[in-house]
Ligand binder design. Sequence first.
Ligand SMILES: *Cc1c(COP(=O)(O)O)cnc(C)c1O
Length: 395
Amino acid sequence: MTNVEIKNLSDKYVMGTYKRNPIALVKGKGVKVWDADGKEYLDLLAGIAVCSLGHSNPKVVAAIRKQAGILGHTSNLYYNEIQALVAETLVKNSFADKVFFCNSGAEANEAAIKLARRYAFEKMDGRYELITMENSFHGRTLATITATGQKKFQLGFEPLPDGFKYVPFNDAAALEAAISDKTCGVMLEPIQAEGGVNIPAPGYLRAVREICDSKGLLLILDEVQTGMGRTGSLFAYEQFGIKPDIMTLAKALGNGFPVGAMLATDPVASVLVPGTHASTFGGNYLAMSACLASLDCLLNDGVLENCRAAGEHFLKKLRGLKRKHKSISEVRGMGLIVAVDTSADCFEIVGKCLEKGLLVNCTSATTLRFVPPLTIRKSEINKAVGILDEVFSEL
Ligand SMILES: *Cc1c(COP(=O)(O)O)cnc(C)c1O
């Protein structure tokens, strides 16, 4: 089918929850993807920070292919060697002692919220309230849109679950002031991703950790987007000199295979005894084979080093663009989560880039966000910045 045929079929039968670009991508290799009409694109969105090791990564493809021919799914009523190995790898490379597996970011955050509530129920004298951040994003289930401090995601879905309170990001004093005798924890993204790549001020996350310690609160970090190497370290928290009590992962965890995880320290995780939480698909053989191969790549194939070098190169090039184009007001990023603020219409920019063979997106009408595969080469970044330069010149 052609792009148009696929679009028409889709518009007829698939619920209209997405505003889509008018193409269907049918093939990918590394940072390149092709649409149904055969046009090639450089992909600086990577399925929204998911395909971090490149499309059709050979190691991940081989692992899924092999596992699909052996055993795909057994449920969690039986042990699973690959699941145990993925959990071991995550634990040995993080603050955590235990891992719970699920299938998406929202589910990982649901699990984290349930863990915090259950822990508070048993150990914190019935506290239940979580403080989250304005402009955050934690997912689309009822609890996670409530954790998400943005009205537009909540409108029309009330009544929302009780027990969430919002404070401005980057404001430790506001956080401290919001704590009540019902508060059990604080949940935030180390870098607000969907909120526009908001990087915390120096010392902010350490102040949040100290407030949690002094008030006996749980610190939950949503690393669904910042985790798995995106910022240049395996997890973003490593670069801010703190450790959470609970952390959530998804997006790049399986390089495109749908999988999520919630990690915690032993004292916290211990309250989730048999029967308290579960997932039929969570951590199944296919998903875990994708995760194990992705972790192998990420930890052993120089991906983090490439991310740091490519990220610096990308920022340098974008700062060059900023000097040239007055409509660019700010460039910021960490590793390969990068944003450009502009007075121009971002939706128009996204459309023009698409026409010129570059996939990007915007988190708002004024912020372009770039989350390419962490394996991107400097030559590919140069090509992408060349296209952006043309687009900004034409505005
Ligand atoms: C994408 C995202 C989520 C939601 O993940 P889904 O897999 O879409 O449910 C949650 N938190 C953050 C920080 C995200 O970027």
